[in-house]
Design a protein around this ligand. Structure first.
Ligand SMILES: *Cc1c(COP(=O)(O)O)cnc(C)c1O
Length: 395
């Protein structure tokens, strides 16, 4: 995606366009990836290969290309190829959840290594690092990655990896991906970007210099609130990627054939869903920004957002997720959530149903999320209906 050639600010929906490597636009590639022809029957929708084991030839070879389903299976392979294609990567590896994918990235490091991690990356990532990887021997520095100087200050000789999530959630902070890549590479480290929120439809971190992208495919990529999954996409194959592939095989945190199939099915509608949710979310953010019961709207697509210019440079929108703060306290925020009729009170995002969540309650006593904040996940309902629902609940 050549972001320079497009004028849209974050929030203006521009499709990721064709480039030399990928002559077709992303919408076409997403549909093709989800439904190429299969088997002797030439079915349009792929079959689900439940077999855990595959036959060896008399000569001892596996001429079908598969031997055992933890190592690889046809549905996972289709999903991985599609993920690599959409992110513009060399290869992808699929996992049982977003956190299983993130875990595998950190497992590729060694005890004694150091990583710089965005201080407001997904709270489950921080819990995993603090509870598992720090005792295991990784050194972690949390940094405010919306400030490149803070990343630079956190680097040390042992730093192997910089982990960012942009925009972050629920605070919607933005990291300059190209700037972070320059800092990481100058220190001999790799840049890893969690691209779950914008998806490759709206943001392509590998083209901006990131080395690895991670996803919770559980969210918008599968898109229907019915399949857990995660992925790592790499810009290039090499020693780090071989370690990740080995761990995928020998540790076995893989998605089932059915989860892989469901996730890939989501790809055929991915571009249209993400565009719709992105536009709807921006319209709703504008409505809330002018509402007297709202203190602040956190959405990088609004010109009032502190990182609007950076977001506009590197993304075509932030998807269906954003947050706002009510004029009041935790009780007032919870009361607004309680009065919503269309928005379901649930965690997660990227599916057809719009969801609302009081993040401070979910994240617990150590949260840094303001307690007047509600996070909205915009689904596929008509925008005016969602605005009417919010207007009623805020009244
Ligand atoms: C949900 C999420 C994860 C974790 O994914 P799971 O599939 O729930 O394990 C990681 N990063 C981001 C940004 C997420 O939204």
């Amino acid at each position: 995606m050549s972001s320079e050639s497009k004028t849209g600010p974050a929030g203006a929906t521009e499709p990721a366009v064709a480039d030399e490597r990928n002559p077709q636009s992303i919408a076409t590639r997403a549909v093709r990836a989800a439904s190429s022809l299969h088997g002797d029957e030439r079915s349009i929708a792929p079959p689900i290969y439940l077999s855990t084991t595959f036959e060896r030839d008399a000569e001892g070879e596996y001429s079908g290309g598969f031997n055992y389903a933890r190592d690889d299976n046809p549905n996972r392979q289709m999903l991985e190829r599609a993920l690599a294609d959409l992110e513009g990567g060399a290869e992808a590896a699929a996992f049982a959840s977003g956190l299983a994918a993130t875990m595998t990235v950190f497992q590729a490091l060694r005890p004694g290594d150091h990583a710089v991690v965005a201080q407001d990356s997904y709270y489950g990532v921080r819990a995993m690092l603090d509870e598992v990887f720090v005792p295991w021997g990784l050194a972690i520095t949390y940094a405010d990655c919306s400030d490149l100087r803070a990343i630079e200050a956190a680097m040390c000789p042992a730093t192997q990896l910089v982990f960012i999530e942009t925009p972050s959630n629920p605070m919607m902070r933005v990291t300059d991906i190209a700037g972070a890549a320059t800092i990481a590479h100058a220190a001999g480290a790799v840049l890893v970007c969690d691209n779950t929120l914008p998806t490759p439809v709206l943001q392509q971190p590998l083209a901006l210099g990131a080395d690895l992208v991670v996803h919770a495919t559980t969210k918008a990529l599968s898109g229907n609130h019915d399949a857990m999954g995660g992925a790592i996409v790499t810009a290039r194959t090499g020693e780090l990627w071989q370690r990740i592939r080995t761990q995928q095989k020998v540790c076995g945190a893989i998605p089932s054939p059915f989860a892989s199939w469901l996730t890939l099915r989501g790809f055929s509608s991915l571009v249209q869903r993400v565009r719709w949710q992105n536009e709807s979310a921006l319209a709703i953010a504008r409505f809330l920004a002018s509402h007297p019961a709202v203190r602040e709207v956190l959405h990088p697509g609004l010109p009032t957002h502190s990182a609007h210019a950076v977001a506009a440079r590197q993304t075509f929108g932030t998807g269906g997720l954003f947050s706002f703060r009510v004029n009041g306290n935790a009780e007032d925020a919870l009361r607004v959530a309680a009065h919503l009729r269309l928005f379901r009170r649930a965690t997660s995002f990227g599916g057809p149903d719009s969801l609302v969540e009081h993040r401070a309650s979910v994240e617990g006593p150590n949260t840094k999320t303001p307690d007047d904040l509600l996070r909205l996940a915009i689904g596929l309902e008509e925008t005016v209906d969602l605005i009417a629902d919010l207007d009623h609940a805020l009244a």
